[in-house]
Design a protein around this ligand. Structure first.
Ligand code: ADP
Length: 530
């Protein structure tokens, strides 16, 4: 049993009194075992390999905003059902996470203070299937990219690849559900998923696609099954707890070769993006590549900001370029990191086209990978790039792959960063026919003024972008209402539709209230939106 003092410090969910809460948690302990129910009495921000499951370790607002009361560790789909039924009986909000890293988007935090976090990752971490012939897998929420990779190696299936979004500590299932992306041709993780098992907010379990047919042999092969495809409503949503998810895995294409081009001027962006579009759609540029600004590259060096610049506000461009002189590829404004796949003769055909097209930009340079200390196409810094204690939050507006759109997004982001005295680390990520500008806002989370600026800056960017027709693809908990509000065609018809589904599937409004701006009836219009 937990010490008395632990029980009094926790953040209670609104509308639940201390006595009811204690009774409810005691019942949960009885059903699952004391050791799988933990009160949240202290918040430790942790680090990459030990991300907190109680709150957002990169908090952009006050510690107290998005905090769990209790973390519970179910061990099976049946136990998830038990918890969901329990939550309905007491009207206690619950919030599922897999690993809960979710960096830049709210981490493991629930949207409503005092919710019970369902940490599925700790115990539900089995790899249920790896099929070396079909190149598929079926995983539980706690399977990380590292774990999947290691199991593939251990089983001797070296021909199977795993597409990772950053360095591999996150949940394969969680990342795909929230529509995270990686960098190989299988980088659109949601697109590559095939088949879900979901516990609905009222406790029933469904399997989607072919999984609904008993005895089927193609759950991970054909995503649609028969009838409406339900999968979409469980992505970036609060309509259920996903307990199993299938994926296609990329077979090793024979060989691969990374390449890097640099471009000298900020203004080259426009021409470069117009060069990229047809090459990407035609898959000459084969992967979800990154077009990184030099400021990001300098930031990734891992040195404190003060070693480059001691002034306030955004680090002036001249200092960034000076710092870039010492990088192995030298100074530039933009870097395109890409990968070519297949045997030498196939690669060479594509690389020659890429070279010819990229070299149309005056001053473009192809960097010999051998000349670099370390060639990386990974997603983002894992340690504080510019001092400590550092946090990051991102904005990710979606746009066409066009030079004038790229310049417009760049302009919006830079103006807002200047306005709020924040450094600016832009990267364009070209999906296939669209791109997002990922703007990492890096701030000191112990500095309330800087934190407020980071929030205001992101809010400003979201509004400016929406006014010009650009919408965010994913966001932090704090901005979900604002962004859901920008997708408001025809009087907010889409949000109304989502709310209708929500009220139908989750009549007591217990499942992650407010996630993606979708509030259940019990909460809607009662001051929760922010
Ligand atoms: P990662 O550790 O890979 O970043 P998370 O576990 O943080 O992934 O998942 C990202 C987000 O996806 C969570 O904040 C949550 O909203 C949602 N999510 C994750 N796992 C589940 C799940 N099993 N069922 C429903 N939603 C989930």
């Amino acid at each position: 049993t937990k010490p008395e003092s632990d029980r009094t410090k926790v953040a209670l969910p609104q509308g639940i009194n201390q006595t009811t809460f204690r009774t409810a948690i005691a019942e949960l302990c009885d059903r699952l075992g004391d050791e799988y129910v933990e009160f949240v009495t202290k918040l430790d921000d942790g680090w990459y390999m030990e991300n907190p499951n109680t709150h957002d370790g990169m908090h952009i607002s006050d510690d107290s905003d998005f905090v769990a009361s209790v973390v519970v560790y179910p061990g099976s789909t049946e136990e998830v059902q038990t918890i969901v039924q329990w939550a309905n009986a007491y009207r206690i909000p619950i919030s599922p996470i897999s690993i809960g890293r979710n960096y830049g988007y709210g981490g493991a935090a629930p949207r409503v203070r005092g919710a019970v976090v369902l940490d599925l990752g700790r115990r539900m971490n089995r790899i249920l299937d790896i099929n070396p012939d079909d190149c598929t897998c079926l995983v539980e929420p706690g399977v990380t990219y590292f774990a999947l990779y290691e199991e593939i190696q251990a089983r001797g299936f070296q021909h199977l690849w795993v597409d990772v979004p950053d360095i591999g500590g996150g949940s394969v299932l969680g990342n795909a559900l929230d529509r995270g992306v990686g960098y190989t041709p299988y980088g659109d993780h949601w697109m590559m998923h095939c088949g879900l098992e979901v516990v609905l907010p009222t406790g029933e379990v469904i399997r989607t696609g072919m999984g609904a047919l008993p005895g089927n042999n193609s759950w991970q092969l054909f995503p649609y099954g028969f009838g409406p495809t339900a999968d979409g409503i469980f992505s970036q949503s609060n309509m259920g707890v996903v307990t199993k998810m299938g994926f296609g895995l990329m077979p090793n294409p024979g060989d691969h070769e990374s390449y890097l081009y640099t471009f000298p001027k900020d203004e080259d962006l426009s021409q470069l993006i117009d060069i990229i579009r047809p090459l990407r759609i035609a898959m000459i540029l084969e992967n979800v590549a990154q077009l990184r600004h030099i400021s990001m590259q300098v930031g990734l060096e891992g040195k404190p900001r003060s070693s480059y610049y001691k002034g306030k506000g955004r680090m002036p461009d001249s200092f960034i370029h000076e710092a870039a002189q010492s990088l192995s590829h030298g100074d530039c404004s933009w870097l395109y990191y890409g990968m070519s796949y297949g045997p030498k003769e196939i690669r060479q055909y594509k690389l020659d086209i890429i070279h010819k097209e990229f070299m149309k930009i005056p001053g473009a340079r192809r960097i010999d990978p051998a000349s670099l200390l370390q060639m990386t196409t990974s997603g983002f810094e894992t340690e504080s790039p510019l001092g400590s204690p550092i946090s990051k939050n991102s904005a990710g507006p979606v746009s066409p792959v066009r030079g004038n759109d790229a310049m417009a997004l760049w302009d919006i982001a830079r103006k807002r960063c200047d306005e709020y005295d924040l450094d600016f680390f832009p990267t364009f990520v070209v999906g296939l026919r669209e791109m997002h500008l990922i703007v990492e806002i890096v701030f000191n989370r112990d500095d309330p003024a800087m934190r407020n600026n980071a929030r205001a800056c992101l809010r400003g960017m979201i509004d400016d972008a929406a006014k010009r027709g650009y919408g965010e693809y994913r966001t932090h908990l704090a901005f979900m209402d604002q962004i859901a509000g920008t997708y408001n065609w025809n009087n907010g018809a889409l949000l109304k539709f989502n709310e209708k589904i929500k009220d139908c599937l989750d009549p007591n409004g217990i499942m992650a209230p407010g996630k993606s701006g979708i509030w259940p009836a019990r909460y809607r219009g009662r001051g929760w939106e922010m």
